[in-house]
Design a protein around this ligand. Structure first.
Ligand SMILES: Nc1ncnc2c1ncn2[C@@H]1O[C@H](COP(=O)(O)OP(=O)(O)O)[C@@H](O)[C@H]1O
Ligand SMILES: [Mg+2]
Length: 280
């Protein structure tokens, strides 16, 4: 159980995250929604201490994460892998090396500095890439990939970290609908098959509804909704999104409204190995 107790982050005179208290049982897939500036990224970044809380606490296994330093802080960061909207791969490195950097959390300082990877690291990286349908790109330079492929590589990198929590900050905001679906499906599979708790910031409502067990709504740093997708009424959603409602609800702009079967040709273009599977 991950427990947030009046977690707060203030910048100058305003609270980006305002005294949020939450219990997140392990194994949940949680979607955090809200308009731009609501505090979604700040909340997520505090969880792995990329941002320092200015008040409250984060408790896991009875330990206060907000007090961790040095080696203990690194160990915590290893257990909560992060996936970003802009993927954050090293473009000039090949795909497998990008994925193996997720193993550095498990290596000693010197090996990390020299980026010394073992055969075991390589094998893990290939297995993770294979799960995401990306093994065939292992030796390609990362900046030759499409956005959707980059995000799948970033998820593979998160997986080799062997995290308990996977934190994703608007992972599909830069993707087209087909790749958005592939990425969200991958996150849901990881949640269900590996039991990894996924906490995902999402701008659009339909994606959160389609994939998450639980939706948390933020507005101006405050928790304004916490419940099952079915419990989120239209009125409450309008309150959360305010002036951005049209954009957040619009079918045309949302990313995972693919309720039609994906044409095989489109699937094959996004995932060459899918085409190979068809050929077999
Ligand atoms: N480093 C920072 N310095 C000052 N204000 C910040 C900083 N980061 C975020 N904020 C402010 O905190 C609020 C929440 O931002 P953010 O967490 O990025 O929202 P979201 O991810 O929901 O769009 C916004 O008003 C934003 O301007
Ligand atoms: Mg954000």
């Amino acid at each position: 159980m991950l427990k947030l107790d009046r977690l707060t982050k203030s910048f100058k005179n305003r609270n980006a995250v305002n005294a949020i208290s939450l219990d997140i049982p392990e194994g949940q897939m949680v979607g955090i929604i809200g308009r731009s500036g609501a505090g979604k990224s700040t909340l997520l970044r505090m969880l792995n201490r990329l941002a320092e809380p200015t008040g409250g606490s984060i408790i896991i296994d009875g330990r206060d994460i907000t007090a961790l330093k040095g080696r203990d802080l690194l160990a915590w960061r290893a257990t909560c892998a992060m996936v970003f909207q802009q993927f954050n791969l090293v473009g000039r490195l090949d795909v497998i090396t990008n994925v193996m950097t997720g193993r550095l959390y498990h290596h000693n300082f010197l090996a990390s500095m020299l980026q010394l990877f073992t055969d075991e690291d390589r094998a893990r990286a290939i297995r993770a890439l294979d799960r995401l349908g990306m093994a065939h790109t292992a030796l390609q330079q990362a900046d030759t990939l499409s956005g959707g492929q980059m995000q799948r590589v970033a998820i593979a990198r998160a997986l080799v970290q062997e995290p308990r929590f996977l934190l994703a900050d608007e992972p599909i905001a830069s993707l087209d609908p087909l790749n958005a679906k592939i990425v969200m499906d991958a996150l849901r599979t990881i949640n269900q098959d590996d039991g990894i708790t996924v906490i995902c910031n999402l701008h659009t409502l339909d994606t959160a509804r389609a994939y998450c067990d639980r939706i948390i709504g933020l507005a101006d740093g405050n928790l304004v909704f916490d419940g099952a997708p079915e419990a989120l009424t239209e009125a409450k959603a309008r309150e959360i999104y305010g002036a951005e409602s049209a954009e957040a609800f619009s079918e045309g702009l949302t990313s995972t409204t693919l309720d039609f079967p994906i044409p095989a040709a489109a699937m094959a273009a996004a995932q060459p190995e899918y085409a190979m599977g068809l050929a077999r």
